[in-house]
Design a protein around this ligand. Structure first.
Ligand code: GDP
Ligand code: IMO
Ligand code: MG
Length: 432
């Protein structure tokens, strides 16, 4: 089986971590291709007393699967402190992290970029993006401005010193003169970054070459996205996006795997919609229904703990995700969260200034004015968490799933009915 891409279809937190983990022992490698520790994936393994919860930020979800090579690709931005904290945390719980590989071309989140992320947000005031404050945006901006620090730079102190000096020449001016902050000391930053070099060195490799060799041997590799389609810097709800390419196209640039090797694109989609941070959200519920979804779905951020904004399923977004990612399969998650609702509305199109729109408006001013046109489905009350086949779902629930599948124009190949690894209905093999 060649390379399989796994992306989020909405605004993140769809359950990508669980979906990757679900593919489990049949995958030989997982490469994370974009984002950094702005991501937060919760994975629940085991049942009853044995139930264990893992929160991953920077490490690919495959790290929890024995025998699977976890890879941090060139498209990722790496906070080295977080990387080792996460590795240490997993090792303390008995997880073997020794096969982790890191691309030498991945960019490093320098301490001044964390500060810049936070102060620019404060400066933006009401126009803020609501970032995670982890330095993601400024680090990608440095990459594009060609003043970034890469993993490979950590192993030559002269190179590192020259690069940090170059970056700080500009950034210290901004920090001091615009934001009234203290300047960063070049030597202190170099010492901080270089302090990770020895521990990092054995993990650093040409990950694109490694991936090609794995694929040549017929191994299965998952290209795992952080964030999601509507947070993609090109295809998302700009400027309320993250600063990387979170759609399927980004999987190639962020990993070094060519498009011709990708055979399948799996998109994870929640049975309703959530969003963290600022920006338009047509189906957002600011009433008791929103509270219901947040409470029932435990919709609080894995990374920042912020309450997630909640709303009904938006089929316009689902169709858009199918189109821009070339989705071959959907994994529908959190269907169980809707249990107990009398009726379940689904947004089938938008009204923008009195005109019906079936496709997502790319003009953001229009998107911000879009109001949902709903179709309402009857709910179900039976607990579905023990269902392992579609036939075991109540009829209203099955009808809801069938309707979504028709509206989003790609097959739903797996359905999540609970957070656990086994709380899933496999409709179709995702890796055949
Ligand atoms: P990610 O960022 O896309 O990996 O998603 P997160 O981990 O941030 O958020 C998804 C949350 O939903 C996690 O807490 C998962 O444990 C949980 N989850 C995933 N699938 C299901 C499901 O089918 N049902 C329920 N109830 N929870 C789920
Ligand atoms: P996972 O991988 C949900 C959002 C932030 C903010 C915007 C920009 O867990 O789905 P950034 O710090 O990236 O510059 O913030 O993007 N955001 C996420 N929202 N899930 C995520 O990741 C996110 N990563 C970033 O809330 O609105
Ligand atoms: Mg998340």
């Amino acid at each position: 089986m060649p390379a399989v891409v796994l992306v989020g279809a909405q605004w993140g937190d769809e359950g990508k971590g669980k979906a990757t983990d679900l593919l489990g022992s049949r995958i030989d490698g997982v490469v994370k291709f974009n984002g950094g520790n702005n991501a937060g994936h919760t994975i629940v393994i085991g049942a009853g007393e044995q139930r264990q919860k893992y929160a991953l930020h920077l490490l690919p979800s495959g790290i929890l699967t024995p025998g699977c090579v976890p890879i941090i690709g060139n498209g990722v931005v790496v906070d080295l402190g977080v990387l080792f904290e996460e590795i240490d945390g997993l090792q303390a719980r008995g997880v073997d992290t020794s096969s982790l590989k890191v691309s030498g071309s991945a960019h490093v989140i320098a301490p001044y970029n964390r500060t810049l992320d936070q102060v620019t947000e404060r400066f933006l005031g009401k126009s803020k993006i609501g970032t995670t404050g982890r330095g993601i945006g400024p680090t990608y901006a440095d990459k594009m401005s060609r003043i970034g620090i890469r993993v490979q730079d950590l192993f030559d102190r002269d190179v590192l010193h020259a690069k940090v000096t170059g970056a700080l020449n500009l950034k210290n001016q901004t920090l001091v003169k615009i934001y009234n902050r203290k300047a960063f000391d070049v030597k202190a930053v170099v010492d901080d970054l270089a302090s990770y070099a020895d521990r990092l060195r054995p993990m650093v490799t040409d990950t694109a070459l490694l991936l090609e060799q794995m694929l040549d041997r017929g191994e299965t590799v998952v290209l795992e996205a952080g964030q999601a389609t509507l947070l993609d810097v090109d295809h998302g709800t700009y400027p309320f996006v993250t600063s990387s390419s979170a759609t399927a196209g980004g999987a190639c640039t962020g990993s070094g795997i060519p498009p011709t090797r990708i055979s399948r694109v799996i998109a994870v989609v929640k049975a309703y919609t959530t969003r963290v941070g600022e920006g338009p959200f047509p189906t957002e519920l600011l009433d008791a229904s929103g509270e219901y979804l947040r409470d029932n779905g435990a919709e609080f951020g894995t990374t920042t703990g912020r309450p997630r904004r909640c709303g009904w399923f938006d089929a316009v977004i689902g169709r858009y995700a199918t189109r821009v990612n070339g989705v071959t399969d959907f994994v529908l998650t959190k269907l169980d969260v809707l249990t107990g609702l009398e009726e379940v509305p689904v947004c089938v199109a938008y009204d923008v200034d009195g005109t019906r729109r079936d496709e997502l408006p790319t003009n953001q001013a229009e998107f911000a004015r879009a109001t949902p046109i709903y179709e309402t489905f009857p709910g179900w009350t039976q607990d579905i968490s023990a269902a392992r086949t579609v036939e075991e779902l109540p009829k209203n629930c099955r009808d809801y799933v069938d309707a979504l599948e028709t509206m989003i124009k790609a097959p739903i190949s797996a359905i999540g009915v609970g957070p656990g690894r086994d709380e899933t209905i496999a409709v179709r093999d995702l890796l055949d």
